[in-house]
Each structure stands twice: as C-alpha cells, then as structure tokens.
Design a protein around this ligand. Structure first.
Ligand SMILES: CCCCCCCCC/C=C/C(=O)SCCNC(=O)CCNC(=O)[C@H](O)C(C)(C)COP(=O)(O)OP(=O)(O)OC[C@H]1O[C@@H](n2cnc3c(N)ncnc32)[C@H](O)[C@@H]1OP(=O)(O)O
Ligand SMILES: NC(=O)C1=CN([C@@H]2O[C@H](COP(=O)(O)OP(=O)(O)OC[C@H]3O[C@@H](n4cnc5c(N)ncnc54)[C@H](OP(=O)(O)O)[C@@H]3O)[C@@H](O)[C@H]2O)C=CC1
Length: 290
C-alpha cells in the first residue's frame, strides 16, 4: 500500500493569501522542482522572481505562473557570478521591492565515476551548487541587514549530504556544504530576523530532468517499490513544504533541514542489495588511464 497520495494539485495547507504582498525569489524556478515550488508560492498570493540562465526556462516559468494570476519577473542570471546576482536582486527590487523569501534551488549535477571526473567538472558542480547558493544567500542577507527587515531563506539540498552519493561525488560534497551552511547562517543571521532552513527532496522524477540524470534513472529498476513509501514524491509535496518553512507559521523553525522523502534515506540494513559499481551502473568498462 505505502504512504497515501497527497491532496490534489491546487490544495494548500496554508490560508489563502498567506504570501499576499510578499516577494519570493526562486533560483532555477523555471524547471522541475523550482517551478513547482514557485507555483505553490504564487497560489498563496506571492509575487515571484525567477532567476536562471536560459531564456527557455524563464519563459516556462512565466507561462506556468501566469495561470495563477501572480505577478512574475524573470531575470537571466548565472549564480556563479556574484555581480549577476546583485543585478537580479536589483531587478526584483525594481519590480516588487526587496524579496522577503529566497529559495536557493538552482544546482548542477551529472553522474560520473569519481576517478573519471575532470577538475573542471568538479569545480563546475561545486561552483553552482555550493558557491552559488552562498552568493545568493549573502546578497539576500546583506540587503535585509542593511534595511533592518526580516527574511527567510530555504536552501534545497539532497540526502546524500549525509550518506554520500556514489556517482555524484561533486554534488554530494556540495550539498553537504549547503546543509552545513544552513546551520551556520541560521545562527549568524537569526538575531537580525533572518530564518535559514534546508529542504531536501527525495526522488522526485520530472520531465525537465537533464538527459544525464534521466539516463541513470532509466537504468534503475522500478522506482516505486524501491521506496519505503512505495511511491516517489509528487512535485506539489515539495512546494507545500517550502511554503510552510518560509511562512509566518514556521518563524521559530530555523537552522533545520527538512527531508521530504518518505523515509527513503533511512532505509539502511546490515545486509543491503548487492553492490553494483558506478562504472557498471553506467555501462562502462574498466578504467584505463588516458
Ligand atoms: C540512480 C538514480 C539517480 C537519480 C539522481 C537523483 C538526483 C540526486 C539529487 C541531485 C539532483 C540535482 O542536483 S539535479 C540538478 C541537475 N540539473 C542541472 O545540472 C542543470 C544545470 N546543469 C548544467 O547546466 C550542466 O549540466 C553543467 C555541466 C552542470 C554546467 O554547464 P556549463 O555549461 O557551465 O559547463 P560545461 O562547460 O558544459 O561543463 C563543465 C565541465 O563539466 C564536464 N561535464 C559536463 N557534463 C559531464 C558529464 N555528464 N560527465 C562528465 N563530465 C561532464 C565538462 O566536460 C566540463 O569539464 P571539462 O571538459 O574538463 O572542461
Ligand atoms: N529531482 C530530484 O529528484 C532531486 C532534486 N534535488 C535538488 O532539487 C533542486 C532542483 O532540482 P531539479 O528541479 O530536479 O533540477 P533541474 O535540472 O530541473 O533544475 C535545475 C535548475 O537550476 C538552474 N541552474 C543551473 N545552473 C544554474 C546557474 N549556474 N545559474 C542559475 N541557475 C542555474 C537551471 O536553470 P537554467 O538552466 O535556466 O540556468 C534549472 O532551472 C536542485 O537543488 C537539486 O539538487 C535534490 C534531490 C533530488
């Protein structure tokens, strides 16, 4: 049987208008989980700012969010570049005033055996996932500290921050940094009224997943029976968790990372399924030095 299905898309645990007059800045909000998160904030009355690199993703955000009647500003931004983040926040202020909430969702990832990863591949994933997350948090907090206003940050993580992630050494290490940063920044900025939390999705397959990740996922057997919940996550479940964490109803929750994965990451035993190396999983032969 597994865990029951959630309420239908369009339902909400929070009162209508919880985010009326508030502005939410979502990085990578044009695809997958970021777009699903932006949608739930929009349904609760928020103005949305969506920042990412590709115009087609920004267009997708505008199209999805338009259905809610929310006001939306999209801005092209590579979160590896602090000056581009400053410009994106300036654009947000120009449209709506300072963002009240930052959802640090943008990240980079591809499966690769650790021994094959190039230095630039490692740097790229860490630069986007860890450094970019910090640069966005820094920009958001500096503006609030200077203005004396409260705010809320939610960093999207991954459960291999705790467990390690074979085939994803770069992303797992970066996400461990993201989780640790939540704990540091919540203490540093709490006195100024800034909440900082983490939100970790379990397996949430979606159409926008990159070809690399889809390929790896396709190579695994049935997804649902491999989860204690007997099902994968529904995108709206992550959106609901994000809107709660950043809401007035969770003001005393800070420095916490909430895992939304139907207990999958706790599924450990002394006897686990047979080990399949990352090379085998990816259909690669023995490693040979180039
Ligand atoms: C089991 C179930 C699982 C299920 C898996 C479940 C997911 C677990 C949780 C985590 C999920 C996520 O984070 S999901 C988020 C995934 N989404 C994304 O990654 C979207 C954004 N990604 C991108 O833009 C690109 O993929 C990325 C490469 C990261 C950045 O693009 P750039 O144009 O900046 O970089 P590039 O110049 O193309 O590449 C930089 C370097 O990386 C190398 N590189 C790029 N792709 C590579 C690849 N596939 N394998 C090796 N190396 C690669 C290049 O060769 C370069 O190194 P050199 O050749 O040496 O110069
Ligand atoms: N889907 C899942 O099952 C899981 C996802 N996660 C996490 O959830 C979050 C969303 O993942 P998901 O929706 O699946 O992935 P997607 O690949 O759909 O989204 C990644 C987003 O990040 C943006 N992005 C990537 N690089 C940059 C950059 N340098 N600057 C600005 N934006 C960038 C992309 O937009 P653009 O290309 O336009 O820049 C894209 O919208 C990530 O943090 C991921 O690690 C964690 C565990 C599992």
């Amino acid at each position: 049987m597994g865990l029951p299905e959630p309420p239908a898309l369009g339902a909400s645990a929070l009162p209508a208008g919880t985010y009326a007059g508030r502005t939410v800045f979502v990085t990578g909000g044009g695809t997958g989980l970021g777009r699903a998160i932006a949608l739930e904030f929009a349904r609760l009355g928020a103005n949305l700012v969506v920042a990412s690199r590709k115009e087609e993703h920004l267009a997708a955000a505008r199209e999805t969010l338009a259905e809610t009647g929310a006001k939306v500003r999209t801005v092209s931004c590579d979160i590896r570049e602090p000056e581009q983040i400053t410009a994106a926040f300036d654009a947000a202020v120009e449209s709506f005033g300072p963002p009240d909430v930052l959802i640090n969702n943008a990240a980079a990832n591809f499966p690769v055996p650790a021994e094959e990863m190039s230095p630039n591949a490692w740097r790229t994933v860490v630069d986007i996932t860890l450094n970019g997350t910090y640069f966005c948090a820094r920009e958001f907090a500096r503006r609030h500290l200077a203005a004396g206003t409260p705010g809320s940050i939610v960093n999207i993580g991954a459960s291999y921050a705790w467990t390690g992630g074979p085939g994803f050494a770069h992303s797992a290490a970066a996400k461990a940094g993201v989780k640790n940063m939540v704990e540091t920044l919540a203490v540093e900025w709490g006195p100024y009224g800034i909440q900082v939390n983490g939100l970790v999705p379990g397996l949430f397959p979606h159409e926008d997943m990159t070809a690399d990740i889809k390929g790896n996922l396709a190579g695994t057997h049935d997804k649902d029976p491999c989860q204690p919940a007997m099902r994968v996550g529904r995108l709206r479940e992550l959106g609901w968790a994000a809107t709660f964490l950043a809401s007035p109803y969770a003001r005393f929750v800070s420095g916490h990372t909430l895992v939304v994965d139907g207990a999958n990451w706790q599924r450990r035993g002394l006897v686990n399924p047979p080990v399949v190396t990352v090379r085998q999983q990816m259909g690669k032969g023995p490693f040979v030095l180039p």
